[in-house]
Write a protein that binds this ligand. Structure first.
Ligand code: TUI
Length: 316
């Protein structure tokens, strides 16, 4: 048995403890249903959606899979309260949250039978989430793409594992079986992958975005937006250079926002990978092909077995 600790698979009713990150403007019903059908937990990103649009995405996902799936609510989104209400009324099996503290919503979600899995960037927030009734936490290190915290996966996962007894899912810097084994070694019992799922056939992100990822190195993802309080990791391009210039000369928040706003939509939907925000994690360097989601799962399982043989684990 590859995954001895079955707490995550049992909690969600899935085959493999592998979650797909809820990536705003990208993770739609096509990607989420493909991941759930492959045995993981597909996640619809509600980040940029209205409640009506999210309802459509949930319905389309249910047409494409009979398996459990999740919705990610980005807590900086102005309509987060309405999205939470919709998730409750639609009886979505799992909610993951990001970019904030979902404390105020936990009891409402739990009463509706929704499993609540907050993304945390510190051990302190993980403890608070456990006390507030979270079913599991996702410890996301700053290798990740998009909005990030300050601590690496290598340091964050064991720090979280040591202070909570709910399952810990590792995220940030994981894209293959080697990364999965590393996460399990740190004490996680599941993983969440974002960047790897960008380069899949079922991912509807613009082709230019996938192509930029395929030719990127681990040095390309850079952090901008520290002055806004919401740092973001994205592949360096004309946009990140403009944002860095504003930050270097101590420009204002408003000036920064003027350039940054709409950046992810421009890259993900319009394919403007020069002046759009191509959010991706540092592990982009090992993502070298576009393949079906089912093949991502098959390859990860093979890589896990290969890794265990190499390091003297029990498999094979
Ligand atoms: O949320 C993400 N990744 C994202 S959200 C996003 S959209 C966006 N665009 C521009 C600016 C900001 C967001 C793109 N990528 N990942 C989950 C995540 N959550 N990473 C870090 C955190 C986090 C950070 C601090 C969660 C909680 C937290 O604590 C807040 C508190 O109140 O203690």
């Amino acid at each position: 048995m590859i995954f001895k600790d079955q707490r995550v698979t049992e909690l969600f009713g899935i085959e493999y403890p592998i979650l797909q990150g809820g990536m705003a403007w990208i993770s739609d019903h096509e990607l989420a249903s493909a991941v759930s059908n492959a045995g993981g937990l597909g996640v619809i990103a509600a980040g940029n959606l209205s409640p009506e649009e999210l309802e459509m995405e949930i319905e389309k996902t249910r047409e494409l899979t009979s398996r459990p799936f999740g919705v990610n609510v980005m807590l900086l989104s102005p309509n987060a309260p309405e999205l939470i209400d919709l998730v409750c009324s639609k009886r979505v099996p799992v909610v993951t949250t990001g970019a904030g503290n979902p404390g105020p919503y936990i009891s409402k979600l739990k009463s509706a039978g929704v499993r609540v899995v907050p993304v945390v960037a510190s051990a302190g927030l993980a403890r608070r989430m456990e006390k507030a009734g979270a079913d599991a936490v996702i410890a996301e290190g700053m290798e990740a793409g998009g909005h990030i915290g300050k601590v690496t996966t290598m340091a964050l996962v064991p720090a979280v594992v040591d202070v909570v007894s709910i399952p810990v899912i590792a995220a940030g810097g994981i894209a293959d079986g080697r990364g999965v084994i590393a996460a399990l070694a740190l004490g996680a019992c599941g993983v969440q992958l974002g960047t790897r799922f960008l380069c899949t056939e079922e991912c509807t992100v613009h082709l230019n975005y996938k192509e930029k990822l395929l030719s990127s190195s681990e040095l390309d993802p850079v952090i901008t937006g520290t002055i806004t309080g919401h740092p973001v990791r994205a592949l360096r391009n004309s946009l990140t250079r403009k944002l860095e210039e504003v930050e270097r000369r101590g420009g204002t928040f408003e000036e920064f926002e003027m350039i940054a706003v709409g950046g992810l939509r421009r890259a993900a939907k319009e394919g403007d990978v020069k002046d759009g925000s191509v959010m991706a994690g540092q592990i982009c360097a090992i993502v070298r092909d576009v393949k079906p989601v089912s093949k991502v799962f098959k390859d990860i399982i093979n890589e896990i077995e290969e890794t265990l043989r190499r390091i003297g684990g029990v498999e094979g």
